[in-house]
Design a protein around this ligand. Structure first.
Ligand SMILES: [Zn+2]
Ligand SMILES: [Zn+2]
Length: 232
Protein backbone atom coordinates (compact mmCIF):
# COMPACT_ATOMS: atom_id res chain seq x y z
CA UNK A 1 0.00 0.00 0.00
CA UNK A 2 1.28 3.48 -0.82
CA UNK A 3 2.38 5.46 2.22
CA UNK A 4 0.13 8.45 2.96
CA UNK A 5 1.38 11.77 4.28
CA UNK A 6 -0.32 14.78 5.83
CA UNK A 7 0.11 18.16 4.14
CA UNK A 8 -1.22 21.63 5.02
CA UNK A 9 -3.64 22.98 2.41
CA UNK A 10 -4.50 26.70 2.43
CA UNK A 11 -7.64 27.61 0.51
CA UNK A 12 -8.16 30.92 2.33
CA UNK A 13 -7.41 32.50 5.72
CA UNK A 14 -10.69 30.90 6.94
CA UNK A 15 -10.03 27.50 5.37
CA UNK A 16 -6.70 25.92 6.34
CA UNK A 17 -6.90 22.12 6.54
CA UNK A 18 -4.74 19.01 6.38
CA UNK A 19 -4.96 16.88 3.24
CA UNK A 20 -3.80 13.29 2.98
CA UNK A 21 -1.88 12.43 -0.17
CA UNK A 22 0.51 9.67 -1.29
CA UNK A 23 4.09 10.17 -0.09
CA UNK A 24 6.24 11.80 -2.80
CA UNK A 25 8.97 9.69 -4.41
CA UNK A 26 12.35 11.39 -4.96
CA UNK A 27 13.81 11.49 -8.47
CA UNK A 28 17.51 10.69 -8.90
CA UNK A 29 18.64 14.30 -8.25
CA UNK A 30 16.26 14.77 -5.31
CA UNK A 31 16.06 14.12 -1.60
CA UNK A 32 13.07 12.89 0.39
CA UNK A 33 13.06 15.00 3.56
CA UNK A 34 11.19 14.51 6.83
CA UNK A 35 10.07 17.92 8.14
CA UNK A 36 11.25 19.03 11.60
CA UNK A 37 10.41 22.77 11.88
CA UNK A 38 8.78 25.24 9.47
CA UNK A 39 8.46 28.99 9.94
CA UNK A 40 5.42 31.03 8.96
CA UNK A 41 6.58 33.89 6.73
CA UNK A 42 4.84 37.24 6.36
CA UNK A 43 4.24 36.21 2.75
CA UNK A 44 2.28 33.17 4.02
CA UNK A 45 -0.13 35.44 5.87
CA UNK A 46 -0.49 37.62 2.76
CA UNK A 47 -1.03 34.54 0.58
CA UNK A 48 -3.65 33.05 2.91
CA UNK A 49 -5.46 36.38 2.84
CA UNK A 50 -5.44 36.32 -0.96
CA UNK A 51 -3.18 39.39 -1.16
CA UNK A 52 0.08 37.90 -2.45
CA UNK A 53 0.77 38.85 -6.08
CA UNK A 54 2.72 35.65 -6.89
CA UNK A 55 0.95 32.98 -4.80
CA UNK A 56 -2.36 31.63 -6.09
CA UNK A 57 -4.83 29.89 -3.78
CA UNK A 58 -5.09 27.09 -2.93
CA UNK A 59 -1.44 26.48 -2.01
CA UNK A 60 0.66 24.20 0.20
CA UNK A 61 2.98 26.40 2.32
CA UNK A 62 6.35 26.01 3.99
CA UNK A 63 9.53 27.63 2.64
CA UNK A 64 11.40 28.36 5.91
CA UNK A 65 12.12 24.72 6.59
CA UNK A 66 14.46 22.36 8.39
CA UNK A 67 14.23 18.61 8.10
CA UNK A 68 16.09 15.32 8.08
CA UNK A 69 16.92 13.39 4.91
CA UNK A 70 14.83 10.22 4.79
CA UNK A 71 16.08 8.99 1.42
CA UNK A 72 18.51 10.27 -1.21
CA UNK A 73 18.11 9.77 -4.97
CA UNK A 74 20.94 7.98 -6.80
CA UNK A 75 22.33 11.26 -8.16
CA UNK A 76 21.74 13.35 -5.04
CA UNK A 77 25.41 13.83 -4.20
CA UNK A 78 26.85 13.31 -0.76
CA UNK A 79 23.60 13.36 1.22
CA UNK A 80 22.54 10.35 3.24
CA UNK A 81 19.57 9.45 5.42
CA UNK A 82 19.82 11.20 8.78
CA UNK A 83 21.47 14.39 7.46
CA UNK A 84 19.80 17.51 8.87
CA UNK A 85 19.21 20.14 6.17
CA UNK A 86 17.63 23.54 5.53
CA UNK A 87 15.86 24.49 2.33
CA UNK A 88 17.01 27.24 -0.04
CA UNK A 89 13.61 27.65 -1.68
CA UNK A 90 14.58 29.30 -5.00
CA UNK A 91 13.80 26.72 -7.70
CA UNK A 92 15.51 28.18 -10.78
CA UNK A 93 15.77 27.14 -14.44
CA UNK A 94 19.57 27.37 -14.77
CA UNK A 95 19.45 28.50 -18.41
CA UNK A 96 17.99 32.04 -18.57
CA UNK A 97 20.23 35.14 -18.75
CA UNK A 98 19.86 35.85 -15.02
CA UNK A 99 20.70 32.26 -14.05
CA UNK A 100 23.72 32.21 -16.37
CA UNK A 101 25.04 35.40 -14.74
CA UNK A 102 24.75 33.80 -11.30
CA UNK A 103 21.69 35.78 -10.20
CA UNK A 104 19.37 32.78 -9.98
CA UNK A 105 17.34 34.53 -7.24
CA UNK A 106 15.75 36.58 -10.05
CA UNK A 107 15.46 33.69 -12.56
CA UNK A 108 12.86 34.41 -15.24
CA UNK A 109 11.21 31.05 -14.55
CA UNK A 110 11.66 31.27 -10.78
CA UNK A 111 9.40 29.14 -8.62
CA UNK A 112 9.64 29.36 -4.85
CA UNK A 113 9.33 26.08 -2.97
CA UNK A 114 6.27 26.32 -0.72
CA UNK A 115 4.84 29.24 -2.72
CA UNK A 116 4.38 28.05 -6.31
CA UNK A 117 5.14 24.39 -5.47
CA UNK A 118 4.05 22.26 -2.48
CA UNK A 119 6.18 23.20 0.55
CA UNK A 120 7.43 21.74 3.79
CA UNK A 121 4.33 21.93 6.03
CA UNK A 122 3.97 18.19 5.57
CA UNK A 123 5.37 14.92 6.89
CA UNK A 124 7.66 14.31 3.89
CA UNK A 125 8.65 16.41 0.88
CA UNK A 126 10.99 16.06 -2.09
CA UNK A 127 13.46 18.73 -3.22
CA UNK A 128 16.49 18.85 -5.57
CA UNK A 129 19.64 18.06 -3.58
CA UNK A 130 21.29 21.32 -4.69
CA UNK A 131 18.46 23.27 -2.99
CA UNK A 132 19.38 22.23 0.56
CA UNK A 133 22.25 23.02 2.91
CA UNK A 134 23.56 20.98 5.80
CA UNK A 135 22.76 22.30 9.30
CA UNK A 136 25.89 22.65 11.46
CA UNK A 137 26.02 20.63 14.66
CA UNK A 138 25.08 22.77 17.64
CA UNK A 139 22.48 24.79 15.71
CA UNK A 140 18.96 24.02 16.92
CA UNK A 141 16.10 23.23 14.55
CA UNK A 142 14.41 26.54 15.42
CA UNK A 143 17.61 28.50 14.73
CA UNK A 144 18.05 26.62 11.46
CA UNK A 145 14.49 27.51 10.37
CA UNK A 146 15.46 31.20 10.75
CA UNK A 147 18.34 30.99 8.26
CA UNK A 148 16.07 31.50 5.21
CA UNK A 149 14.45 34.75 6.49
CA UNK A 150 17.90 35.90 7.71
CA UNK A 151 19.31 35.47 4.20
CA UNK A 152 17.32 38.38 2.75
CA UNK A 153 18.62 40.97 5.27
CA UNK A 154 22.18 39.62 4.90
CA UNK A 155 21.85 40.05 1.10
CA UNK A 156 20.42 43.58 1.53
CA UNK A 157 23.25 44.60 3.86
CA UNK A 158 25.83 43.15 1.45
CA UNK A 159 24.31 45.22 -1.37
CA UNK A 160 24.56 48.38 0.77
CA UNK A 161 28.37 48.26 0.50
CA UNK A 162 30.89 48.73 3.31
CA UNK A 163 28.96 49.74 6.44
CA UNK A 164 32.02 50.01 8.68
CA UNK A 165 31.52 53.06 10.90
CA UNK A 166 28.39 54.14 9.00
CA UNK A 167 24.96 55.19 10.30
CA UNK A 168 22.00 53.05 9.26
CA UNK A 169 18.23 53.56 9.46
CA UNK A 170 16.03 50.44 9.36
CA UNK A 171 12.35 51.09 8.56
CA UNK A 172 10.23 48.49 10.35
CA UNK A 173 11.02 46.20 13.30
CA UNK A 174 9.32 43.00 12.18
CA UNK A 175 11.47 39.88 11.85
CA UNK A 176 13.11 41.08 8.61
CA UNK A 177 13.82 44.55 10.05
CA UNK A 178 15.28 43.06 13.23
CA UNK A 179 17.47 40.70 11.21
CA UNK A 180 18.58 43.72 9.14
CA UNK A 181 19.56 45.46 12.39
CA UNK A 182 21.65 42.44 13.43
CA UNK A 183 23.20 42.03 9.97
CA UNK A 184 24.09 45.74 9.73
CA UNK A 185 25.70 45.63 13.19
CA UNK A 186 27.62 42.50 12.22
CA UNK A 187 28.80 44.34 9.08
CA UNK A 188 30.29 47.10 11.24
CA UNK A 189 27.61 49.82 11.29
CA UNK A 190 28.39 52.32 14.06
CA UNK A 191 24.91 53.67 14.81
CA UNK A 192 21.56 52.13 13.89
CA UNK A 193 18.11 53.67 14.28
CA UNK A 194 14.99 51.54 13.78
CA UNK A 195 11.45 52.83 13.21
CA UNK A 196 8.15 51.04 13.87
CA UNK A 197 4.60 52.12 14.77
CA UNK A 198 4.34 49.51 17.57
CA UNK A 199 5.99 50.10 20.94
CA UNK A 200 6.54 46.39 21.61
CA UNK A 201 8.49 46.03 18.39
CA UNK A 202 10.54 49.15 19.14
CA UNK A 203 11.43 47.69 22.56
CA UNK A 204 12.53 44.46 20.89
CA UNK A 205 14.77 46.45 18.53
CA UNK A 206 16.40 48.14 21.53
CA UNK A 207 16.92 44.77 23.24
CA UNK A 208 18.66 43.57 20.08
CA UNK A 209 21.05 46.51 20.14
CA UNK A 210 19.47 49.38 18.19
CA UNK A 211 20.88 52.76 19.28
CA UNK A 212 17.45 54.34 18.86
CA UNK A 213 13.93 53.08 18.15
CA UNK A 214 11.58 55.75 16.88
CA UNK A 215 7.80 55.72 16.37
CA UNK A 216 7.14 55.55 12.63
CA UNK A 217 4.81 58.34 11.57
CA UNK A 218 5.81 60.63 14.45
CA UNK A 219 6.24 64.34 13.67
CA UNK A 220 9.74 65.31 12.57
CA UNK A 221 10.73 61.64 12.32
CA UNK A 222 13.52 62.31 9.84
CA UNK A 223 15.04 65.02 12.04
CA UNK A 224 14.79 62.75 15.09
CA UNK A 225 16.42 59.88 13.20
CA UNK A 226 19.23 62.19 12.05
CA UNK A 227 19.77 63.38 15.62
CA UNK A 228 19.77 59.80 16.95
CA UNK A 229 22.34 58.83 14.34
CA UNK A 230 24.53 61.83 15.19
CA UNK A 231 24.09 63.31 11.72
CA UNK A 232 23.51 66.89 10.56
ZN1 LIG B 1 9.52 34.06 3.31
ZN1 LIG C 1 16.62 31.00 -14.82
Amino acid sequence: MTQQIRRVLVRSIEDITIERVPAPVPEDHELLVHTRVVGICGSDTHAAGGHHPFIDLPYRPGHEAVGVVARAGKGAGAFAPGDRVIVEPNLYCGTCAQCRSGRYNICRELKVFGCQTPGAMTDLFTIPADRVHRVPEGMSDVEAALVEPLATPVHAVAKAGDLTGRSVAVLGAGPIGLFTLLAARHAGAARIAVTDPLEGKRERALRLGADAALPAGAPALVARARAALGGP
